[in-house]
Design a protein around this ligand. Sequence first.
Ligand code: FES
Length: 108
Amino acid sequence: MDSQADYVTVARTDQIPPGICRTVEVEGVFLAVCNVNGTYRAVDNTCPHAGGPLGEGALDGEVLECPWHGWRFNVRTGERPENHEIRVTCVEVRVLGTNVQVKIPFTL
Ligand code: FES
């Protein structure tokens, strides 16, 4: 049961086209929202290596590369392909009409 859960709109679908990642702010917290071939994913925007902005990274399939030093993360699982021990937190996303929404509350 998660009757306390709700969703908040962070973007329109056309603002994050396929293959693109954008930084969004949800209640003062930054997330990287990615469009993986029509499926939207959201992860913590802060790279666990040294705090780089993942939302400004390049997306290749479901793998997002940090723009600072190139660490890569699977945005579906949160894991680094190179080291599954290192990961970013994933946040649940849904599309409602033309709105991309993330589930709140979430914990990063
Ligand atoms: S801060 Fe992301 S790879 Fe270094």
